[in-house]
Design a protein around this ligand. Structure first.
Ligand code: FE
Ligand code: FE
Ligand code: ZN
Length: 280
């Protein structure tokens, strides 16, 4: 079965029940949430999130909690080598998010590896490895999935090799989230998607791939920008994205749209329908 949904909001008063209802309104069988605003670490207590009711509603539809993805807040930067307070705060926030994700019953949390800022990529990677080892030694039943990045600024993770290195040096099991807009912007030619997947498999391993972000891109391949476009409206185009969604090697992996709202309206119901209705 194809697992396809979008990011959905989680806001008062219904919190996770509202998220599930939003996903269901798009006919989605997967969803991704931020457990609070992505830009800050202020969080509503888990007891208030209506978790039990939401899980019941989701499972009643026959959907799986494995397809409820959490995205960690952007403020976490474990690659910051110069400001210990930023690094330490990142670890605290990540730990909190892991606890919250576990309480929600999610299996995967997507994390941006981080930016090395003025320092080298190698030093940044060293710091990410240190940070992840520090946080994960406590033991969590949620798997951190490192996202493939566009390579904007000093972002780590724009080559599969970066993620493979982090995975091999962290003592705990990690996964990966493949973002179509980010890989395109970083220079992977998705016109040859089979080749890109082969490379991913050789360098990281398809068994590590748990989440796929399905986004078109406002920019040309290799632009290192990271601006998402609606499905079929960007430079990747509908045919490639449809091929990704229907790819036999990706069957069963959780796919999430993070495309922009159109005139303030979420486009996900129509985009999901369009992507599912093409059989190739
Ligand atoms: Fe992301
Ligand atoms: Fe993404
Ligand atoms: Zn992005």
């Amino acid at each position: 079965m194809i697992k396809l949904g979008s990011h959905v909001s989680m806001a008062k008063p219904d919190y996770l029940v509202g998220s599930v209802n939003e996903a269901l309104s798009y006919n989605a069988n997967a969803m991704m949430i931020y457990t609070g605003a992505p830009q800050n670490s202020f969080r509503v207590p888990v007891e208030d999130l209506k978790i039990e009711e939401a899980i019941k509603l989701w499972l009643e539809k026959g959907y799986s909690m494995d397809d409820v993805i959490i995205h960690a807040p952007y403020i976490i930067n474990l690659a910051n080598t110069t400001k210990p307070e930023v690094f330490e705060m990142g670890k605290v926030v990540l730990r909190n998010e892991l606890i919250r994700s576990s309480a929600i019953g999610a299996k995967y949390i997507v994390l941006h590896p981080g930016s090395s800022l003025k320092d080298s990529l190698e030093n940044g990677i060293d710091k990410v490895v240190e940070g992840l080892n520090d946080v994960l030694k406590e033991g969590f039943d949620v798997i951190v999935c490192l996202e493939t990045m566009a390579g904007k600024g000093s972002e780590i993770g724009y080559r599969f090799e970066h993620l493979a290195e982090i995975i091999s040096r962290v003592d705990y099991s990690l996964g990966v989230c493949f973002d179509t807009c980010h890989t395109w912007d970083s220079g992977y030619d998705l016109n040859n998607f089979d080749q890109v997947l082969k490379e991913f498999d050789e360098i990281i391993g398809l068994d590590k791939l748990h989440v796929i972000h399905i986004n078109d891109s406002k920019n040309k391949i290799g632009a290192k920008k990271d601006r998402h476009a609606n499905i079929g409206e960007g430079n990747i185009g509908f045919d490639i994205l449809s091929k990704v969604v229907h790819h036999p090697l990706l069957r069963g992996k959780t796919m999430i749209l993070e495309t922009p709202y159109i005139d303030g309206i979420p486009p996900y119901k129509a985009e999901i329908e369009r992507l599912l209705n093409v059989h190739i």
